[in-house]
Design a protein around this ligand. Sequence first.
Ligand code: PLP
Length: 385
Amino acid sequence: MNIGNTRAAARVGDSVDAIDTPALVVDLDAMDRNLSAMAEFARDRHLRLRPHAKMHKSATIAKLQMAAGAVGVCVQKLSEAEVLADLGVPDIYISNEIVDAAKLARVATLAGRVELAIAVDSRVGIDRLADALKAAGTSLDVFVEIDVGQGRCGVAPTAAGTLAHQVISHGLRFAGLQAYHGRAQHLRSPEAREAAIQHAATLVRAAQASVTRAGMQCPLVTGAGTGTFEFEAASGVWGELQCGSYVFMDRDYADNEYAKHAPGIDHAPFEHALFVKSQVMSRGASHAVVDAGHKSHAIDSGLPRVWRRNFEFGNGGDEHGILTLAADADSASTPLPQLGETIWLIPGHCDPTVNLHDRFIGVRGGLERGVVEAVWDVDTRGCVN
Ligand SMILES: Cc1ncc(COP(=O)(O)O)c(C=O)c1O
């Protein structure tokens, strides 16, 4: 019998020291500052903010984002949208394509319960979506996705007008263009990211021209991520930002070089807010072993960084991490940690790390002396369909 993990790593009111390990811990003060910084950035530029909830998978955080000014959230999967809707998130955009008829029937049902939008990039997808909505008697907003450099979903910009026309010929609402450049997000230099987004903007303008030629207006262009949003914002082309990772800021994003010259931002504005708390469980002559391996943190974007300690994290497998002195550490003044000592890890990639855990432990007052203020479920954990 699978009874799941019913035991949270901590209870509200516990000190940080009492949090069992490994645990997914959110520094709530840092998260709040990240939420406010992005909300303020969008507000100052009169842009809509629709953060990506694929990252945090939490109805609670989605609602905090909306309370800070976001118009709603994005998701990638229908099951994520269904769970967030059940938990009271009122405005959801599935920024992804769905062509399966059974799933589209569920999309149409969901459209009767919340403000819903979806992306399309094929004639077949639009026809099936229209059939499902007609059968259910519901409607939603439809964005035509164009490929702006990722080489993943999306049509060529010149095909946007034809698809937009097909959307309205079914009596559906054409809401605009989905234009997200995932590959640009982690280009390390700001100049490379800026050039990628300037090229993407050229493609978006071509798609807008294609829509105009087909006799329609393009109400909105939506896209952007944590690595490039300042460039989409400066382009004058995008009207809505979909950034997700800014809330937690993982190690891979911190490895980006930030744009000194970027409009409005002169340094990395976001702080690490997501950590895996681990503890030393074994020691060798020149290494220490912590109790968190890649079942506690995703390693698709590289290994975690050790927070505020001069150790390298080495992959010890599913349940272990191996700490050694960092190359620039002075061994005389950097003793290996003791058995039982807490080691905080900054995950390489926040989205799949969150998906490994049942709960967030939210700490107020810092990782050293803070207190557990909240224990939140990872609501859409495992919602991959
Ligand atoms: C379509 C789409 N929009 C926005 C984002 C948010 O990007 P980030 O978490 O890098 O800010 C993603 C992330 O993969 C995405 O796939």
